[in-house]
Write a protein that binds this ligand. Structure first.
Ligand code: ADP
Ligand code: MG
Length: 265
């Protein structure tokens, strides 16, 4: 595998006082979190606790009702404007939001590859359309990334010719192709057969060593223990506790965390 030096000490994500409801259902309730540059955070919590909504709020796939998110100090999805009664937030234009999303990669549970494109075409698509880079440069980097995720020989394969684990590794290469500062993973191994989980976790572990800030929603406690700098436990829309894995996993402070861990361990 080739390695790239960490390009910058960037990728600080701050979530401030975020609230989100769907109708009368409060899904995120005053969530405050900071993800430090280059760290790996594992987010745990029962189904329905708001984990996916949190990730979607971070890259503005979901508009929050209150609070805000910043990446390296820049508001995500909004700009601050001087109003008559103080500062107001004005939503960015779609094109500007897409620009911001190039800094915040997303890897989905269901891979979401374009089925009609080859692995290589999947990886080059976004950087070619969203970042004004030359095809030669983007393709060379895409081949490097496919090699990095162990798929150098699958550049011309289409998703249906690949296993779930291979498809997810293509999806990770695709996310990396935009050179994001932050990479969000929403249960990246949940759709995989058990024997394919390890290969994807290995790739995520390798990505963690490059200095990209990672936020990983997963129930893989072993991965959290080994790779995470920080573990967040969410329940019912709130952050119940956060700390180093040894603390949250082995000495949880809250009964709700303990009960959850008893169920998944
Ligand atoms: P998790 O990822 O922790 O399982 P989610 O963030 O997906 O939780 O969902 C939290 C809650 O919000 C769930 O009750 C879910 O049904 C609800 N929810 C999520 N997205 C929507 C939506 N677009 N419309 C209505 N309810 C939603
Ligand atoms: Mg989810």
């Amino acid at each position: 595998m080739t390695t790239r030096a960490p390009h910058r000490a960037a990728g600080r994500v701050e979530v401030h006082g975020v609230h989100k409801s769907f109708g009368t259902l409060e899904v995120l309730r005053d969530v405050d979190l900071t993800f430090e540059p280059g760290t790996v955070t594992v987010v745990l919590g029962p189904s329905g606790s708001g984990k996916s909504t949190l990730l979607r709020a971070i890259n503005h796939l979901e508009k929050v009702d209150a609070g805000f998110v910043t990446v390296d100090g820049d508001l995500v999805g909004y700009r601050r404007c001087r109003g008559r009664r103080g500062d107001v937030l004005q939503e960015l234009k779609e094109r500007e939001i897409l620009g911001q999303r190039t800094r915040i990669g997303f890897v989905f549970q269901g891979f979401n590859l374009f089925p009609h494109l080859t692995a290589l075409e999947n990886v080059v698509e976004a950087p070619l359309s969203a970042q004004r880079r030359s095809r030669a440069e983007v393709e060379a980097e895409a081949r490097e990334l496919l090699a990095r995720v162990g798929l150098a020989d699958k550049a011309d394969a289409r998703p249906r010719q690949l296993s779930g684990g291979q498809q997810q590794r293509v999806a990770i290469a695709r996310a990396l192709a935009l050179r994001p500062r932050v990479l969000l993973f929403d249960e990246p191994t949940s759709a995989l057969d058990p024997e394919l989980v390890g290969e994807v976790l290995e790739v995520i572990k390798d990505v963690a060593s490059t200095g990209t800030t990672l936020v990983v929603v997963t129930h893989e406690i072993g991965f959290a223990r080994e790779v995470a700098d920080s573990v967040v436990f969410m329940d019912d829309g709130v952050v119940v506790e956060q700390g180093p894995p040894a603390q949250v996993l082995d000495h949880p402070r809250h009964e709700r965390t303990r009960a959850f861990l008893d169920r998944v361990l």
